[in-house]
Design a protein around this ligand. Sequence first.
Ligand code: DSN
Length: 444
Amino acid sequence: MVRLAEFHRRATENLAAEDPEIFRLLEREMRRQADTLAMVAACSTAPPSVLACAGSALGNVTAEGYPGARFHAGCEVADDVERLAVARARELFGADYANVQPHSGSSANLAVLFSLLEPGDTVLGMDLDAGGHLTHGSPASVTGRYFRTVGYGVGPDGFIDYHEVAELARRVRPKLIVCGASSYPRTIDFARFREIADGCGAWLLADISHIAGLVAAGEHPDPVPYAHVTTTSTYKQLYGPRGGLILSGPDAARPGPGGRGTLAGALQRAVFPRAQGTPDLAGVAAKARAFAAASTGAFRALALRLRLDARQLAVELVDRGQGLVTGGTDNHLVLIDVGAKGYTGVVVERALEECGIIVNKNRIVGDTRPAHVTSGIRLGTNTLALRGMGPADMAACADLFCRAVEAVEQLGDTDYRLPAPARDGVRAAVARLCRDFPLPGYPA
Ligand code: DSN
């Protein structure tokens, strides 16, 4: 303990002395995070104990393979760390199988797709504009180049139309269906997706990167009993390090692709040696730490709060005249149609950033604007809830959002003017809110 603490203290001092340029940048980033209101739905703030693991000497270990079967010596501790991370992930999600090595959620998805499918097989995934993810078969991703991909969308109300998905699946006979999304504000019916997959003999992959914390806390239906494979990134709603995770429930023991071995065996080989070499063991330790934190009552309270925060934030925004995709939210995410008020997403994103509010532009259903412009803004409450803000504090957040947006004069798709007095007023209010609700464990 003393050795580790001493190491981190000296490491920081050495960094300051040896490389003041990067040291200053790291300090600046810490200050930026403390002083701004992060409402990017795909982010959270990892507790310092997670970052201590991620920056530890375990990162020095080269350890291809799995615990007890490595291709390098010196893995005694790394093996224990990885076994602990796997056990904690399985316990947290009630899974029969867990692989903690993927470097990201995207890597996890690629490993799964490339292990269960052959090039040219059909994948049915949610369209990017409807709320899906690049790795669910977008033509911009390798998944859209190596597989025949068909997209399902959402109905005019913004909700998934399960009858339409079932009809599409019957027609195109996919070998794999992906459910889960990166900008869908509503509950996903994993049991219904499994029925659809079973109806056409497809594998079902649930990507819960955005809602993993809600799932772990019982605040969103659980995909693990239904999907053959579940994936997630660990840095979004699990408040963990950059990284990914693959899980499987009762299907882990069933035959793998082509009837060979087991599904669990295929997933192990999918990550190593097929898709990755040595894992990031420091990252694996950080995942283990995050999984343990996510198993606590405090985390369950946080997950409930972030869901209730999002629900209230949606109400407050609608009360202030904002149009929301689906009219509200069931999870942590609120999707705003700023195009309806004549703004582009990119202009709103930039104007809010000038005011200290961090959001991201997002295409919305039927969007005619390109991905770098968009008509939508996506908000999330992961970090607001971590700061201790509850539903009663969402009026203040919605107010600041609307004050900033209403002050913007849109001049072109990407050009705008934001009068300094309005900007400074919102910025000062944001700074006050951040001081009143500091990030736990971070210097204020
Ligand atoms: N998946 C991307 C997002 O939802 O923004 C980033 O992780």
